[in-house]
Structures are given as structure tokens and as C-alpha cells.
Design a protein around this ligand. Structure first.
Ligand SMILES: Nc1ncnc2c1ncn2[C@@H]1O[C@H](COP(=O)(O)OP(=O)(O)OP(=O)(O)O)[C@@H](O)[C@H]1O
Length: 284
């Protein structure tokens, strides 16, 4: 559904952001795209929807080459940018102008979300707060029901109740065929939503794992002193040492922590990846 092969991209003024990036994502997943500042998350999202492109490497998204920007492709993809620039029109006018381009747009979902987010159709998009703008565009994005939704830091600027509403809205309105890629630093906001984690590091895909696989192979949480020696990663916390242990035949409980996993990848990535990519005793 999404594949990139040996994709390279750099802005004219700088060093390459990616070189030889290979990525493969299945349809129907909710992907958390993580990476340190400046690793290229936004740049990747823009390459996937054809807003940026390079001639080096291949990208296939929904059977299309994004840089050709065919109408049939653009109707199936929506990118919610981190920084939103909108015209000085009412929310109603914005939806009426833009929604007809997307064949699966659902007005009932739009109405429900505008109400959920405590917005009013008559509000002027140019004059509402950043958070309200974001909520209006989240409502727009979810009501389009496009096969591929790209959300760049969607919870930035949302207040705490709105973050909860956002999670519930995504869970409620996403169909099984839709794929969502969410770029974020707000790992706790999205933990219960994602089923796959992709980490960008030094211009390539460092990790592309399903949460189900990670939960089967790793325990996340408090680590007792006698477990520390076999831990793949530990860090201090107020409640004691937390970390990641390999699971070896123990009953699987869903303890996955995106924050611990990301911290572990950043500081002890080689060891963790080695463990994940070495067949376990039981599967040998
Ligand atoms: N328009 C641009 N022109 C030149 N360089 C750019 C441009 N946009 C981004 N970059 C550079 O490309 C690299 C990747 O930027 P990008 O915004 O994709 O990273 P990011 O992972 O989304 O970062 P953040 O987490 O801070 O939002 C950075 O080094 C950035 O400085």
C-alpha cells in the first residue's frame, strides 16, 4: 500500500534528509512516525503525498507515484500539516469549498466532530485560536474518509480534553481500510491509538514494527534489581527503575510503552534491534 525503495531527498540548500530510504507499510494500519527533531518526519509525509518529490528512488502510494499528482491520487490522500494556514472564511464555507474534491466525504461525521470539538460552523477560521483551527481541520480530515490520512503533530496545541476527543474521534471514525500515519513527539497522546511504530533516524527507517509483535517479545515497565542484568534498556523513574525486558515464553500482557521504546531505540538501538531481529528460541 505504501512502499519506498532507495528514496533519497534533500532540500536545495542543505544536506540530504534521506538517502536510500526503504519503507513498506500495510493498508489499514495506524502508524506512529517518530524521530528526533529535524530527522525528516514532515519531509517524509510531504513526499508520500506528492507535495515534495525527488527523482532518486521510487515511491508507490495506493498504486500511484505521488509526484505525478494525479487527481485520482490526490482525492485519496490528505495531509494535515503541523502549521495551519487557512483563509478568512467561516468553517462552513471552508468545508463547502474543499470537501467536494473528496468523493468519500461524510457530512454527518463533520457535523458530529464540529460539535464534539465545541466549534461553531459560523466561526471565522482566520480569527479563531490555533487550537480551534487545528480542531476544525482535524474534523475536516476525519470526515473525508480518505484511504490515506497523514497527520503531522495533530495534538500540538490541543488542550487536554481535546486530546482525549481527538483519540476517541480517530478510534470512532476510522474504517479498517484507512491507513493513518501520525507524526508526533506527544507519544502519550497516541499510545492507545497506533498499531505500528516507525522510527526515522539518520536518514533511514531505523525501526518499522507492529505493536502486536513488540508486545509479544518485550515487557515494558518496572524492573526489579535482579532483572536489571537481562534488561535491554532501563531508566530511572519516580516509582523505581523502568525498562524493557525480553519475554521468553511468559504469558503476553500488553505493557507496550511508546515512550520507553523510543528512548531505548535512541540510546541503545543496536542492542534492541539485534534482539528483535534474532529469532527467539521458541521460533527457531
Ligand atoms: N523548506 C526547507 N528548506 C530547507 N531545509 C529544510 C526545509 N524544511 C525542512 N528542512 C530541513 O530538513 C530536515 C528535516 O526537516 P523536517 O521538518 O522534515 O523534520 P522533522 O522530523 O519533521 O522535525 P520536527 O520534529 O522538528 O518537526 C531538517 O534538517 C530541516 O532543517
Amino acid at each position: 500500500m505504501i512502499t519506498t525503495k532507495q528514496l533519497s531527498f534533500g532540500y536545495k540548500s542543505g544536506r540530504p534528509v534521506f538517502s536510500g530510504l526503504d519503507l513498506s507499510l500495510p493498508q489499514g494500519s495506524v502508524v506512529g512516525l517518530l524521530g528526533k527533531n529535524g530527522e525528516g518526519k514532515t519531509t517524509l509525509l510531504k513526499n508520500l503525498c506528492g507535495q515534495l518529490f525527488s527523482k532518486q528512488g521510487e515511491i508507490n502510494v495506493l498504486g500511484f507515484t505521488p509526484r505525478e499528482r494525479k487527481v485520482a491520487f490526490l482525492q485519496q490522500v490528505y495531509l494535515l500539516p503541523e502549521e495551519i494556514h487557512v483563509p478568512q472564511v467561516t468553517i462552513r464555507r471552508y468545508f463547502d469549498l474543499c470537501a467536494p474534491f473528496y468523493p468519500n466525504y461524510d457530512e454527518a461525521i463533520a457535523r458530529e466532530l464540529i460539535e464534539t470539538f465545541s466549534l461553531d460552523w459560523n466561526m471565522n477560521l482566520g480569527k479563531v485560536s490555533q487550537g480551534q483551527k487545528k480542531k476544525a481541520l482535524i474534523a475536516f480530515a476525519l470526515s473525508l474518509r480518505v484511504p490515506l490520512l497523514l497527520l503531522d503533530e495533530p495534538t500540538n496545541g490541543l488542550d487536554i480534553p481535546s486530546k482525549g476527543e481527538f483519540r476517541r474521534a480517530v478510534a470512532r471514525h476510522l474504517s479498517e481500510e484507512q491507513t493513518v500515519i501520525i507524526s508526533t513527539h506527544q507519544v502519550r497522546d497516541l499510545e492507545q491509538l497506533i498499531d505500528r511504530i516507525v522510527i526515522l533516524e539518520r536518514g533511514s527507517i531505523y525501526c518499522n514494527e507492529s505493536i502486536a509483535d513488540l508486545s509479544e517479545r518485550l515487557y515494558f515497565g518496572l524492573i526489579s534489581p535482579d532483572e536489571e542484568a537481562r534488561a535491554l534498556y532501563t531508566e530511572p523513574s519516580l516509582g523505581g527503575t523502568v525498562g524493557i525486558l525480553p519475554l521468553q515464553g511468559e504469558a503476553v500482557t500488553d505493557t507496550f510503552s511508546m515512550e520507553l521504546f523510543f528512548n531505548a531505540v535512541v540510546s541503545r538501538g543496536e542492542e534492541l534491534m539485534h534482539h528483535l531481529h534474532t529469532p527467539s528460541e521458541t521460533s527457531k
